[in-house]
Ligand binder design. Structure first.
Ligand code: PMP
Length: 356
């Protein structure tokens, strides 16, 4: 825990807030942004250098096939390059997955509440969303999700860890669920926050997909790798799925800056994952403090915490904003708060304590 580890705390306190959130009041001081699950660390100097160098060629189109990045990812994950498909953020890849598999009359199943983009991208393709409520413990109800499969189901999202609750699906229950899914239904394991998991029972989708042609793993450079502003994500899936993704890709959808920054980030992975380790320690501190204050906090495996507040949700978010941190309210349900800089987390914890 960072409180017990002064070096770590000093390190986190040293993170410059390179992009503050919007001011709480028009003329007020800028608030910390803890509303989008971004990484508070600025890009590594080496990554910045790569981006700056790539910017000299802004008059040129990027490599449409994302060759270097695809090869780097294939090597990193030990999969054939033909199993890798890159896209404009993982949300872009998710949209391609729906486009490639589903249209009007087809059904897309996902837990709810989960990532807000699922209903939006389902709607774009004309598919019908089938939302299966989370259990009272805020976790995926995989039995109910399997029961919801019909002959119109084309795609199922399993968000692991789930946004916004931070909860996870473990290996045995996921395998049991996958055994119940027909082979012509694609299961997308959305692992945007994979690097923040510290529970050995949570399976790595890349291990799961190998034996299951109808499983596709979705990952992003936006969270652990800190490149949210560059919009680059990727899928790992068997050849037919990856090929369908390439066919539905927006041409030149990943900029050269993004491709090169992603490659540089993979090569600097140790340092970036060290930062993730610091954020995980900070997460423990935030959760422990909230629980000590009396809040019920579900075990989180991502870079955010979830508080179910019901009718008090909006008032709580407003109180936080007044205190100097912008968080993400889901009106009538709860709030999601990103683990950020130590100072931002401290402001949030103080506001949470005052609100109880
Ligand atoms: N999946 C989940 C579960 C997310 O929370 C997010 C970002 N909020 C994404 C995918 C999309 O990330 P990006 O498009 O930046 O890769």
């Amino acid at each position: 825990m960072s409180e017990k580890n002064p070096k770590l705390r000093a390190e986190l306190e040293g993170i410059p807030t390179y992009k503050p959130g919007k001011p709480a009041a028009a003329d007020g001081p800028a608030a910390y942004k803890l509303s989008s699950n971004e990484n508070p660390y600025p890009p590594l100097p080496g990554v910045m250098e790569t981006v700056t160098a790539a910017a000299c060629d802004l008059n040129r189109y990027p490599d449409m096939a994302c060759t270097a990045l695809t090869e780097e990812l294939a090597e990193r994950f030990g999969v054939p390059a033909s199993h890798v498909a890159t896209g404009t953020g993982s949300v872009g890849v998710a949209q391609q997955l729906i486009q490639a598999t589903s249209g009007p009359g087809d059904e897309v199943i996902y837990a709810w509440r989960s990532f807000e983009a699922y209903p939006i991208i389902a709607q774009i393709s004309g598919a019908t969303s089938v939302k299966v409520p989370l259990t009272s413990d805020e976790v995926h109800d995989l039995d109910a999700m399997a029961d919801a499969i019909t002959d119109r189901t084309r795609l199922i999202f399993v968000c692991n860890p789930n946004n916004p609750t931070g909860t996870v699906v473990r290996r045995a229950e996921l395998e049991r669920f996958l055994d119940r899914v027909p082979g012509d239904v694609l299961v997308v394991l959305d692992e945007a926050y994979r690097e923040f998991i510290r529970d050995a029972e949570v399976p790595d989708g890349v291990m799961i997909y190998r034996d299951r042609p109808n499983v596709c793993v979705l990952r992003t450079f936006s969270k652990a790798y800190g490149l949210a502003g560059l919009r680059v994500g990727f899928a790992i899936a068997h050849e037919p799925v990856a090929a369908a993704l390439r066919k539905t890709a927006v041409p030149f959808g990943v900029s050269q800056l993004a491709q090169e920054a992603a490659v540089a980030s993979l090569r600097a992975e140790d340092e970036l994952l060290g930062r993730v380790g610091s954020l995980v320690c900070e997460r423990t501190r935030v959760v422990d403090t909230l629980r000590a204050q009396g809040w019920t906090v579900p075990e989180t495996h991502a870079n955010f915490v979830w508080l179910r507040l019901g009718e008090r949700t909006v008032a709580f978010a407003e109180a936080c904003e007044q205190a100097g941190v912008v968080i993400r309210p889901f009106a009538g349900e709860g709030v999601r708060v990103t683990i950020g800089e130590t100072e931002a987390n401290d402001i949030f914890l103080k506001a949470a304590e005052a609100f109880r």
